[in-house]
Design a protein around this ligand. Structure first.
Ligand SMILES: Cc1cc2nc3c(=O)[nH]c(=O)nc-3n(C[C@H](O)[C@H](O)[C@H](O)COP(=O)(O)OP(=O)(O)OC[C@H]3O[C@@H](n4cnc5c(N)ncnc54)[C@H](O)[C@@H]3O)c2cc1C
Length: 429
């Protein structure tokens, strides 16, 4: 059916671009989060970007203001999930996008802060829920010698004769107690400030770290929620890095740390499924956040092209500039569509998979990088100074190509998945 228009008036466009009409609640939520992103996250994110990692986490730092005020918004994913599925997915997307538009580093800090609590709810353990409520959380999975290798789900991802390494933080699982030793990677988001960790590691259940037969190339694993004030836990120096400097990162050290076994949320056979669930959850958030980050760069370039004149006219009136802005906007719309599709799949499919959400994270962050790169190019020499926020946006987005899984590795794993699906009959009818 052809929808008849009376004119060629400008299309309806909102904060989130060419959006189908938002309902009253959706609009109110988007506006509330947008105000928070504009008035709190942006100024604080820029302030934190110029501070040392030690200053970022010091008492009185604006980091705590952003985290506190963010928590006051009441953006509990469980409340959002009570809306009808399509609406819940859209609200989750709108929220993630606005937070990423405000400051991607802070958006990640706020998102990962609730990961242990979300997992405690998912497994339905009230003691763990109480332990994680109103606490800053982190997701501890990677280790110095177990980066991409920390999230291997298929044997085909290991080199010929290769084995998943045990890594640098391990658990010895007893009848009632788990003893942890070693250190996480320095990349743990919120690692230097977290009070609870959703932790994944290789585990020895009494027969060593590796399984037998088919499982002999994988380490046995354990997932648990760890209160980070237990004796034997210490932190590394907060990480100094190029991008997302508002996000505190750092190692967590374990010296014979004794954790009650009832804090475990997944043992041996449930381990990979549980890891997959957390990773899918993280991947969907990453996608929304970096749509927002890409939008921030696009908007900055669009405004600049209306201010800056060259060749006697504003940049926006040059055909080549119009082409470049059009290309950025098209990529932004594409990234948003991919992010939402993968979120819808993760929330509604009976069997999602972290490589599916991860492929969206790859697409979104690759597009965000192209958009941010082009925005820098459009700002000319000004882009290279610290007076304009584009250099920060560029650094923030650049880190995302490695964060939550390095993009080439994730793409190759999608290829492994395609092969497995084909071998299982997919596309062969
Ligand atoms: C901003 C940020 C936030 C992060 N937050 C967290 C967090 O909250 N929790 C957490 O646990 N971790 C976190 N990480 C860690 C992140 O998940 C890892 O950095 C990422 O998975 C890559 O691991 P790696 O850095 O050890 O790189 P490596 O795995 O060492 O990869 C290095 C290079 O080798 C290549 N490579 C690796 N394996 C293969 C292979 N099998 N075949 C071919 N090439 C390969 C990769 O493509 C890459 O280019 C974060 C990282 C960043 C940057």
């Amino acid at each position: 059916m052809i929808h008849l228009y009376k004119s060629t008036a400008l299309p309806v466009a909102g904060l989130s671009g060419f959006e189908t009409p938002l309902g009253e609640e959706e609009n109110a939520i988007q506006q509330t989060v947008h105000r928070f992103a504009r008035d709190v996250m942006r100024p604080i994110g820029r302030q934190l970007d110029r501070m040392t990692p030690e200053e970022v986490i010091a008492p009185g730092s604006p980091f705590w203001t952003a985290m506190f005020e963010g928590a006051q918004l009441g953006l509990d994913p469980r409340l959002i999930a009570q809306f009808p599925p399509e609406m819940a997915i859209r609200i989750e997307s709108l929220v993630g996008e606005e937070l990423g538009w405000g400051d991607p580093g802070l958006a990640i800090a706020m998102g990962v802060a609730t990961a242990p609590l979300m997992m405690a709810h998912a497994v339905g353990n009230q003691e763990l829920v109480d332990m994680c409520t109103n606490k800053i959380g982190c997701w501890m999975n990677t280790q110095p010698d177990r980066g991409s290798d920390a999230a291997i789900l298929q044997r085909e991802e290991l080199g010929a004769g290769g084995r998943q390494p045990v890594g640098n933080v391990t658990a010895k699982v007893g009848a009632d107690e788990i003893v942890i030793n070693g250190q996480s990677s320095a990349w743990i988001s919120n690692g230097s400030v977290a009070q609870v960790a959703l932790a994944y590691m290789a585990a020895d259940y009494g027969d060593g770290f590796y399984g037998t037969g088919e499982k002999s190339t994988f380490t046995n694993g354990i997932a648990m929620i760890i209160p980070l004030d237990l004796p034997g836990i210490s932190r590394g120096k907060p990480l100094d890095k190029i991008g997302q400097r508002a996000l505190p990162q750092g190692e967590i050290y374990f010296d014979n740390v004794k954790v009650p076994k009832r804090f475990a949320i997944a043992l041996q056979d449930d381990y990979l499924g549980n890891l997959a669930s957390t990773w899918s959850y993280a991947g969907t958030h990453m996608s929304q956040v970096f749509v927002g980050a890409a939008r921030a760069a696009f908007e900055l370039a669009l405004a600049y092209c209306h201010e800056r004149k060259q060749g006697g006219i504003p940049l926006i009136d040059h055909q080549m500039t119009q082409l470049r802005l059009g290309d950025m906007l098209r990529r932004l719309e594409m990234a948003r569509a991919v992010a939402r599709r993968s979120l819808a799949y993760a929330r509604t499919s009976p069997q999602s998979h972290p490589y599916v959400t991860a492929q969206a994270k790859v697409s979104v962050t690759e597009e965000a990088m192209k958009i941010t790169h082009e925005a820098m190019q459009l700002l000319g020499g000004n882009a290279t100074t610290r007076e304009y926020p584009i250099e920060k946006m560029f650094r923030d987005v650049r880190s995302a190509l490695i964060e939550d899984g390095e993009n080439y590795v994730l793409t190759s794993r999608l290829g492994v998945l395609a092969g497995k699906l084909y071998q299982n009959g997919w596309t062969r009818e």
